[in-house]
Design a protein. Structure first.
Length: 311
């Protein structure tokens, strides 16, 4: 029986079957992530080494599609609402991350990757700053594993807390955008809470992602590396273009709901792919000290932003 389960053909058929299932309306974002993780644990992922290059592309396409569900005035209002909180949260996390790194005696590069991943946009921020600070492959993998693990937990915990506290759609959307690291989990948690929360969370999170640029410049100064190039998240421009087209061209009104529905399905598939790359072997590589530092950062930003939003 074990040989049959570990059979590569069976693994591939199961993976493809679950991928198709995640594209249906029967599957929510948390369920898609859980299915991916269960697949990785019990069967193994036959496509693991190929998936990473597709996860970011699929996520970016899905986010651009969500832009067709927004009007420009909604996006501008959401961005304006989250601007001050974004500056406060990024500054707080980076300073606290430095202090925790010193307290736990973490390697400078690893501490910085965890901090910037928590402060801005998870894996994207880690990928953008890695060429600048030149960490080891192990440090990058460790930072990504920690961030993706906490993202996975947030996808389940945030909606439960939101409902328990009776947060409005606007409050929850803003909280997601500030408190959850990675864009995929932000959009996933918000979509589970409601359409209005999804609009606000997506807009504020992508506005937050633009802070990769100034933070990368500061990173170059801190690590004294003038030769590195900054990775700019250009897909955000396409997201803005989608909003403009949906706002000023009535032609897109007849397609906008279909496009956003497909985009949400694409997001679920992205989360399934992410879950399938989180094996127990990967989680075992996470050390106690870096995990503790990351959790403290996450709790600080989650609780702090929630208190700010409510009061």
């Amino acid at each position: 029986m074990k040989d049959f389960i570990r059979n590569e053909r069976f693994q591939k058929i199961t993976f493809l079957g679950l991928s198709i299932f995640c594209l249906t309306p029967l599957v929510s974002s948390p369920i898609a992530l859980a299915l991916g993780f269960m697949l990785a644990v019990f069967l193994g992922n036959p496509f693991e080494k190929y998936l990473h290059q597709y996860i970011h592309v699929l996520l970016q396409i899905s986010i651009v599609g969500l832009g067709f569900g927004l009007k420009l005035n909604e996006a501008m209002q959401a961005g304006k609402t989250g601007f001050v909180l974004t500056i406060i949260s990024i500054s707080t996390v980076m300073v606290l991350g430095y202090a925790l790194g010193k307290a736990f005696k973490l390697e400078k590069q690893l501490s910085y990757l965890i901090s910037v991943g928590t402060a801005i946009c998870g894996g994207s921020a880690i990928a953008a700053t890695s060429p600048i600070i030149k960490p080891s492959t192990k440090q990058i993998s460790l930072a990504l594993a920690i961030v993706f693990t906490l993202n996975s937990i947030a996808l389940f915990v945030y909606p439960a807390i939101g409902h328990a506290l009776n947060l409005t759609q606007q409050q929850f959307g803003l909280w997601c955008a500030i408190g959850i690291h990675d864009t995929s989990s932000v959009v996933g948690a918000a979509s589970k809470y409601g359409d209005e929360a999804l609009k606000i969370a997506t807009t504020v999170k992508l506005a937050r992602a633009l802070w990769i640029i100034p933070v990368s410049l500061i990173t170059m100064f801190i690590f004294k590396n003038k030769e590195s190039k900054i990775k700019i998240p250009w897909f955000i421009g396409y997201f803005i273009l989608a909003i403009i087209l949906n706002t000023y061209f009535p032609f897109f009104d007849q397609f906008s709901s279909s496009i956003t529905a497909v985009a949400k399905s694409g997001l679920n598939l992205t989360l399934f792919f992410i879950g399938s790359s989180l094996s127990l072997q990967t989680l075992k590589t996470i050390g106690l000290k870096p995990l503790t530092a990351a959790v403290l950062l996450w709790i600080t930003i989650s609780v702090g932003s929630l208190v700010y939003i409510i009061y």
